[in-house]
Design a protein around this ligand. Structure first.
Ligand code: ARG
Length: 582
């Protein structure tokens, strides 16, 4: 008995070391080996697009046309930075050299002094001028990784250091240094923001040790980056991309000081807060709440990134704004009266402009659905099993007093998920294609309707998030309901503990702790909508099943739409549902 417990103890200890089970990190997530190219965790760069969860290179023509021209190291002029980066991304020759057209005068050289090896002081020579040190101020792993990558070390730096330059060094006469700020994803220092600065004799300058490690095992106390670099565990979840592929920042329960925790469990530096670029998937780093008035949230580093019109980082941001923006998920947001779905409120016009009603006979709503753009409505597979003459209604508030502003559509096609299982409710998802009302209107776009956005990542919303479910299903006492009702429910992360072997991947639970609000019979196929920090609605779930309705301890079960993003886009095309290069 005693021996067993000692054994168990040793086993646990070794698991916690090899399994990197340490405070800040989430182990199941770490096992998925996410990097800066995982679009379930981060936004792809403008020269990439997300395909099956990975950011892949775009072709230059998929970049915007306008912008400032730039020159590559192999002397090619590109229309803009995006086009050059997409070219480079395809592993064609050449990386960024300078802004503007190519010009034989332009040069950018980087040196490691004194002995040009794997470590030393970093020096830069611009346009054949003398070598200049890099200022110590602002020198971090972000910059060090870029410097090492530039020097031919693909995994970046092992360490960023600061030191006094050797006294007898000839370049020490210079009283200048270059202040470098990188985002950490650049391939050359030339892409970072460089500014000349005065240097005093006492000031330390940048030094680097590039990563040459060929370890296959990291030691205890170290984190195994996806690119196989080992970094100290205490450098994970601090908003600094030590790994060089960001893998140390993407699976964090919480974040260390100086960094900010996105809902998606990603740590970002505080200086990225309120900088007009969305870094967290659901935009909380740019929310009005956080960014209103004073910008204290960003902390003391904020002077560092004052908009510098000349920087390639600004250029990258500007390019992001040039892509067409998908219009989805925006409803009229008025506070609805408290009124008594099950335990819900009455919807008002335009509150749920994506809500659709599916009927077999006139005036009897069997199921709900969600308009997702084009001629497409998302619903549950169990709503449309039989081949029937379904009709889809838009703009309906009351199924008896049919008011004006409603449109009714017949169906052209019903696509039920090929692995839908009617016994287990696995893959309870279907797409309905509407027949346009008239020939001129090939894209449908029902009157008074707005598509709801499709979530592309399972990390956008998590346990505890408040979302809205809506429908014409039964109300308290299992009484029929004729008006569209909605209610707040909360995502519950412990669905497999509750429903055991009835729960499958691709399902999500949502409800309230006392069961007072729930979807019920007749709500099926309707949307569970979660809102990002700018109040944009995403159809996170489709009403699927549950143990009775509103029973305490037994929340409603929903089809988890994020798991079916690729399935949906395969059928209706990526253009209708892709935002942010996803
Ligand atoms: N399957 C039901 C329907 O066809 C929906 C049940 C939802 N149940 C729940 N407790 N949330 O309408």
């Amino acid at each position: 008995m005693k021996l067993l417990s000692v054994l168990v103890f040793i086993l646990c200890l070794s698991f916690s070391i090899f399994g990197q089970k340490v405070g800040y990190l989430i182990e199941e997530c770490v096992n998925n080996r996410y990097t800066q190219n995982s679009c379930e965790k981060v936004f792809c760069e403008p020269w990439q697009r997300c395909i099956d969860g990975s950011c892949l290179c775009k072709l230059p023509y998929q970049c915007p046309k306008n912008g400032t021209s730039v020159c590559s190291t192999d002397g090619k002029t590109f229309r803009n930075y995006c086009q050059l980066k997409s070219f480079e991304c395809q592993r064609r020759q050449g990386s960024f050299l300078n802004r503007g057209k190519c010009n034989p005068q332009e040069h950018f050289e980087i040196f490691l002094e004194p002995d040009y090896d794997t470590k030393g002081f970093v020096q830069v020579a611009l346009n054949h001028e003398q070598k200049t040190f890099i200022c110590g101020h602002g020198w971090s792993m972000n910059e060090a990784n870029v410097a090492c990558r530039h020097l031919g070390f693909p995994k970046g730096a092992d360490r960023a250091e600061l030191d006094h330059p050797e006294l007898d060094h000839p370049d020490n006469a210079s009283s200048e240094c270059l202040r470098v700020t990188c985002r950490g994803i650049e391939t050359t220092l030339a892409e970072c923001t460089l500014r000349r600065s005065n240097r005093t004799d006492e000031e330390k300058v940048a030094k680097v040790v590039c990563y040459t490690g060929a370890h296959t095992e990291c030691s205890s106390g170290e984190f195994h980056c996806v690119n196989r670099k080992c970094i100290p565990l205490n450098k994970t979840c601090d908003g600094i991309n030590d790994c060089g592929d960001s893998s140390d920042e993407l699976c964090c329960k919480e974040c260390r000081r100086g960094s900010y925790h996105c809902q998606s469990d990603v740590c970002i530096p505080r200086k990225y807060l309120c900088n007009n670029e969305r870094d967290c998937l659901t935009g909380e780093d740019e929310s009005h709440q956080l960014c209103r008035g004073d910008k204290t949230a960003r902390g003391d580093e904020r002077e560092e990134i004052e908009a510098n019109e000349e920087s390639m980082d600004e250029e990258r941001k500007k390019i992001k704004t040039l892509f067409p923006k998908l219009q989805c998920g925006i409803a009229n947001h008025t506070v609805t009266r408290r009124k008594r779905i099950l335990g819900g409120n009455e919807a008002k016009e335009f509150d749920f402009p994506w809500q659709m009603a599916i009927t077999e006979e006139l005036a009897k709503v069997n199921c709900g659905g969600a308009y997702i753009g084009g001629c497409w409505v998302l619903t549950a597979a169990h709503c449309v099993r039989r081949i029937y003459h379904y009709k889809v209604w838009t703009g309906m508030l009351n199924s008896i007093n049919m008011t004006t502003g409603m449109d009714v559509y017949k169906l052209k096609k019903i696509i039920v998920h090929e692995h839908y299982n009617g016994k287990t409710y696995e893959n309870d998802i279907a797409l309905l294609e509407l027949i346009p009302k008239d020939r001129r209107d090939s894209s449908c776009y029902p009157h008074k309707s707005v598509p709801v956005c499709i979530p592309w990542s399972q990390y956008m919303f998590s346990s505890g998030h408040q979302c809205k479910v809506s429908g014409w299903g039964l109300k308290e006492g299992l009484v029929r309901e004729y008006t569209l009702k909605w209610g707040y429910v909360y995502i519950m992360g412990n669905c497999s503990d509750i429903y055991r072997d009835r729960y499958f991947k691709g399902m999500e639970c949502a409800g309230t702790s006392d069961g007072s609000v729930d979807s019920c019979k007749g709500d099926s196929g309707g949307p569970l909508v979660c809102y990002d920090s700018h109040n944009v609605g995403y159809v996170w779930g489709i009403v699927s099943w549950g143990e009775n309705c509103g029973q305490k301890g037994y929340p409603g079960v929903y089809t988890k739409v994020a798991n079916y993003f690729d399935w949906i886009s395969q059928h209706i095309g990526t253009a209708l549902i892709s935002q942010y290069n996803v």
